[in-house]
Write a protein that binds this ligand. Structure first.
Ligand code: ATP
Ligand code: MG
Length: 375
């Protein structure tokens, strides 16, 4: 592909060469015609062109031939230049027109076209740059559509999660008002249910507030040097009873070496609460939960694994998004889809990483990497 500069230079040289060649040709042609029309008068008329020695008629004849030559030569040069520059400008105009049409389409919101390649390097670069802009805009448009869809889905899920306990509270309160709870036992049962539903609502609002604060970076952390080995052993012990209550086995494989990180105890506990709660909620009957930790390079690599239902391939990269819940989880297991999102924010605030490995119907492993610090 040639550059526009090269083409300009080439066209100018070509124009000069062709014009000169054509002028020589025209001159030769005129001389030929002249020699046929004035077979014996060539030298006479040539001399006649001189004002000093020439005859008046010969001078006039010479002037006629000179004007004829000048007109033909200038016309030849003009035609050659017009033809060459028309070709060059046609190519440039074609590219400019293409860009203009592309700009018009973008203004109208149509991004489903491709800016074609051009012959010249600079114009081709410009077309490519324009096409890149179009592709970026298209990507943003698609992302915007996806975000809109997710926002709508989130609103639908959220209103569903709020409407269910509110409807229930309303129903039980109406029951009390209408005298349906006509015995102390019934009244206790009604009040218990109302209380439980109110707690569910409160948890949802608390989680939403926490998630929003983390997203906005407004969460306050109390960082301190923390012996993560001791901290995790204590937590594993405290979760054991809860797991066994649900008929699950709890195992821990924590490295004996004392590892120190800089962390906020209560926030890290929140992370493990979320992960253990998931490992319990999404496990199978009689399943196992394993808490493990080992030293890896300059960090502590923690893993909470379960032998539960696992996560579908299509859900894997969405589970850390706020309010996202797998289909199965949404249908029969309680939750707001905020636990993993909150955990991710907290782990990243500790300069760590969190990721998931999971196989459907086999189990899930949630890994956390936290950098070590020497106290
Ligand atoms: P919340 O934690 O707010 O009570 P939740 O458990 O649904 O609700 P997350 O902890 O963020 O929300 O998890 C998001 C989704 O990821 C869950 O709905 C579930 O589909 C899937 N998931 C998370 N952990 C597991 C796991 N250990 N096994 C199988 N699925 C899981
Ligand atoms: Mg959860």
């Amino acid at each position: 592909m040639k550059s526009l500069r090269e083409r300009f230079i080439k066209t100018t040289i070509l124009m000069a060469l062709i014009s000169t060649a054509l002028v020589i040709l025209v001159t030769l042609l005129l001389l030929f015609i002249f020699s046929i029309c004035e077979p014996d008068g060539f030298q006479r008329i040539w001399l006649g062109s001189s004002v000093f020695v020439g005859h008046h008629d010969d001078r006039n004849k010479f002037a006629v031939y000179a004007v004829l030559w000048a007109v033909t030569a200038i016309s030849t040069v003009l035609i050659t230049c017009t033809f060459s520059s028309a070709k060059l400008s046609r190519d440039i105009l074609k590219a400019v027109k293409q860009l203009q049409q592309a700009a018009e389409k973008i203004t109208e919101g149509d991004l489903n076209f491709e800016v074609m390649a051009c012959r010249d390097k600079e114009l081709n670069d410009l077309c490519n740059a324009f096409d890149e802009i179009r592709k970026k805009l298209k990507e943003n448009q698609n992302q915007e559509l996806k975000n809109k869809e997710e926002r709508n889905m989130l609103m639908a899920n959220l209103s569903h999660d709020m409407r269910t306990p509110i409807t229930s509270i309303k129903g039980y309160l109406e029951g009390i008002k209408d005298g349906v709870a006509n015995s102390p036992e019934k009244m206790d049962k009604y009040l218990d249910t109302i209380y439980t539903k109110a707690i569910i609502l409160q948890k949802l609002v608390d989680n939403m507030t926490e998630y929003a604060e983390l997203e906005l970076g407004r969460m306050q952390y109390a960082f301190e040097f923390l012996n993560i080995t001791e901290f995790l052993c204590q937590l594993a012990e405290s979760y054991k009873a809860e797991a066994e209550e649900q008929g699950l086995k709890m195992e821990s494989r924590i490295v004996s070496e004392e590892l120190t990180i800089v962390g906020d105890k209560s926030k890290l506990k929140r992370v493990f609460d979320n992960l253990i709660s998931n490992a319990i909620k999404y496990n199978k009957e009689g399943g196992t939960i394993t808490i493990s930790m080992e030293k890896e390079r300059n960090g502590a690599l923690l893993c909470i694994s379960d032998t539960g239902k696992g996560i579908k391939e299509k859900d894997k990269n969405k589970v850390f998004d706020g309010f996202y819940r797998g289909d199965a989880a949404r249908s029969n297991i309680k939750g707001n889809g905020l636990g993993l999102g909150i955990s991710k924010q907290i782990v990243e605030s500790h300069r760590g990483k969190i990721w998931i490995k999971s196989e459907e119907n086999v189990g899930t492993e949630v890994y956390i990497y936290l950098p070590l610090r020497s106290s």
